[in-house]
Design a protein around this ligand. Structure first.
Ligand code: ADP
Length: 490
């Protein structure tokens, strides 16, 4: 029986192909690094041809390891969100380098739209803020600045898409130009209540609708690969942006269920059910799932600096040789000795949204050493997440527990500290590849291996480790007070 799911996990720094069995067990994988292009300060670009070539190479490698494509029931794709690819529909070739989500070049255009008083309207419709992070202004920049994009637009052959859209186009030999609703909801061009891209928003951002993909479900018969790629046609039955995929991979399928991913930054999403999120605390509203045309939504909060703080301790300060040493150091002392770090190394994200903020370390004394700094760095994760918990609660979405993943979630001390400071249970799956697993769940349900997504999640999700809050109330209160005071110094 063919019951493997091939997941193409298209990250910012690497592309991976992973084969999951229908019970969620990882059977084989392959990975290649992606070249990061930094043509100017604040600009980040990818070569879309490299993304496609490496995706295909990884897929072939993973398939070979697992003994051939005959076992594959379906393909799921999950991707770095917001990154924009522009290509020619006729040649199938990229017209320019992809502009990556981190790229800040459209800041002036965002400021212009904000000054013109559009932010409230945009936020109400899209759930997003006027920030260069999202795709719409990146498309506009290409139209304004890249001759090949302008020429293709005039000729009517211009195609825009996020990375999953580009890969589907290539996998189908140019037959299918689609984007799934979760990726579409990161463009600033989708009204959260609209089925397709919104004509008024497209006009505001100056993006021609003819160049945009059709918005589709995230699970189901979405597209079919060209037979020559893998020796036979394979159905593409799952598509999702990476954070939505991780939320699904953590089985957060009921309202209130929350996942937090601690990688370079931290991304927290809470399932909102069928209610369109309306944040009053500068959190984002986004599509979580769309299946058979019916949507569920999530509230999202992003923290800019999480694991990158540990990297900074390692690479810039040399306090640790490896990230995992922070755990040993944190355990070697009873507390941080009054040291508190607000890790605003690249500004503060949600719920503060202070791009100009810079980091502070408070409470230093002659007794402060490596261990105190490392411990305070890990403690900052719980503090930042606690701020988000308050913002989510103020928006009417209080958490009961949090499911964590990402590279930093391997740190047991941090996981326990998170439970202690949040005052709630923290759960960590044994398989931390939740993003790829979420895409596999969507694809498995979409291919009919399970009757619905909930059953796929139930069967494919692995074992959990649970951390329960155990901190003394006075200690916790002192920690929170010290954090508030340090925030005031930012
Ligand atoms: P991304 O997907 O954003 O590239 P990952 O999910 O791979 O990130 O997580 C890597 C990050 O986690 C790095 O910034 C690293 O410093 C941090 N990290 C990894 N292991 C640990 C650990 N045991 N303790 C603390 N931080 C860790």
């Amino acid at each position: 029986m063919s019951d493997y799911i091939l997941v193409l996990d298209e990250g910012t720094t690497s592309t991976r192909a992973m084969l999951f069995a229908s019970d969620g067990v990882l059977v084989a994988s392959a990975q290649q690094e992606l070249t990061q292009h930094y043509p100017q300060a604040g600009w980040v670009e990818h070569d879309a041809s490299e993304i496609w070539d490496k995706t295909l190479a990884c897929a072939h490698e993973a398939i070979a390891k697992a003994g051939g494509a005959a076992m594959i029931a379906a393909i799921g794709i999950t991707n770095q969100r917001e990154t924009v690819v522009a290509w020619d529909k006729q040649t199938g070739e990229p017209l320019t380098r992809a502009i990556v989500w981190q790229d800040r070049r459209t800041q002036p255009f965002c400021a212009q739209l904000r000054e013109a008083g559009h932010e409230e309207q945009v936020q109400a419709a899209t759930g997003l803020l006027l920030d260069p992070y999202f795709s719409g202004t990146k498309m506009r920049w290409m139209l304004d600045n890249v001759a090949s994009v302008q020429a293709a637009n005039t000729a009517g052959t211009l195609a825009f898409g996020t990375v999953e859209s580009w890969l589907v186009f290539k996998l189908t030999g140019g037959q299918t130009h689609i984007t799934d609703a979760s990726n579409a909801s990161r463009t600033l061009l989708l009204d959260l209540e609209g089925a397709q891209f919104d004509p008024d928003l497209c006009a505001m951002f100056g993006v021609p609708q003819e160049a945009l993909p059709r918005v589709t479900d995230m699970s189901g018969a979405l597209a079919v690969t060209r037979p020559e790629l893998f020796g036979r046609e394979i159905a593409i039955t799952g598509l999702a942006g990476d954070q939505q995929a991780a939320t699904i991979g953590q089985a957060c399928l009921s309202p209130g269920e929350t996942k937090a991913t601690y990688g370079t930054g931290a991304f927290v999403l809470t399932n909102q059910g069928g209610d369109v999120p309306r944040s009053h605390n500068r959190l984002l509203g986004t599509v979580l799932t769309q299946i058979d045309g019916a949507r569920s939504y999530a509230i999202e909060g992003s923290v800019f600096v999480a694991g990158s703080l540990v990297q900074w301790l390692r690479d810039s300060l040399g306090i640790v040789a490896a990230a995992s040493e922070t755990e040993t150091l944190a355990r070697s002392i009873p507390d941080s000795g009054g040291v508190t770090i607000v890790p605003a190394l690249s500004g503060l994200g949600a719920p503060h949204w202070n791009a100009d903020a810079r980091a502070v370390i408070t409470g230093l004394s002659f007794a402060s050493g490596k261990a105190q700094i490392a411990r305070a760095a890990l403690e900052a994760m719980a503090h930042q997440t606690h701020d988000l918990a308050n913002a989510f609660a103020a928006d009417g979405t209080a958490w009961e527990s949090v499911r964590i993943d990402g590279g930093m979630a391997a740190n047991d001390w941090m996981a326990q500290d998170l439970a202690d400071i949040l005052g709630m249970g923290v759960e960590r799956p044994d398989c931390v590849e939740t993003t790829a697993l979420g895409a596999a769940m969507l694809a498995a349900a979409g291919a009919g291996l399970y009757p619905d997504l909930a059953s796929a999640a139930q069967e494919m999700r692995g074992q959990l480790t649970r951390f329960e809050p155990a901190m003394d109330g006075a200690v916790r209160a002192a920690r929170l007070a010290a954090w508030e005071k340090a925030l005031g110094a930012v």
